[in-house]
Write a protein that binds this ligand. Sequence first.
Ligand code: FPP
Length: 179
Amino acid sequence: MNLSVFKGLYTKLRELRIKDVEIDMNNLPQHIGIIMDGNGRWAKRKGLARKAGHAAGAKTLQEIAEFCGDLGIKVLTAYAFSTENWRRPKEEVEALMKLLRNYMKNCLKRAAKNDMVVRVIGDKSGLDDDIRGKIEELEKATANNQGLNFQIAINYGSRDEIVRSIRKVLEDVKAGKLE
Ligand code: FPP
């Protein structure tokens, strides 16, 4: 591990107030999954609006992604916005979409700096055209990077995934690729 990675790791653990922890650098997980949760509760504890909690969550996610890249983790998947999340109050959904737009823009700059490959998984058809455009731009710009594979799940859901899988199987049967 080079010195700057070690310093980053040490600082992060101190920030998290984790003192007695040993990380076996030769036995790191290949793929880490994160479910974003608790943004609202975090904001409430601090007397802030929920959208401030989401903004802080998005910032932390970016830091975690860069940290994972420094550590040499291969894949990070963040479950950010599920199909159920559309049922939240309109104002909150709008704030989340605004955050997503800005996140894609910032991520473009930071992914280049950090050599990350960024992909958005989930049903993108439910997103506004401009957000889809930003996602496409980000995916294209980072496709040949060599570092962490950072996957962001947006508009994902188990029910939706089952329906899409069945549709795909039916298409393959129709096309004669599957019996
Ligand atoms: C969970 O906290 C968070 C979400 C459902 C949304 C997370 C999405 C973003 C921050 C949008 C931006 C996207 C990226 C990729 C950064 P919660 O509201 O369920 O918290 P609570 O359980 O405390 O109420």
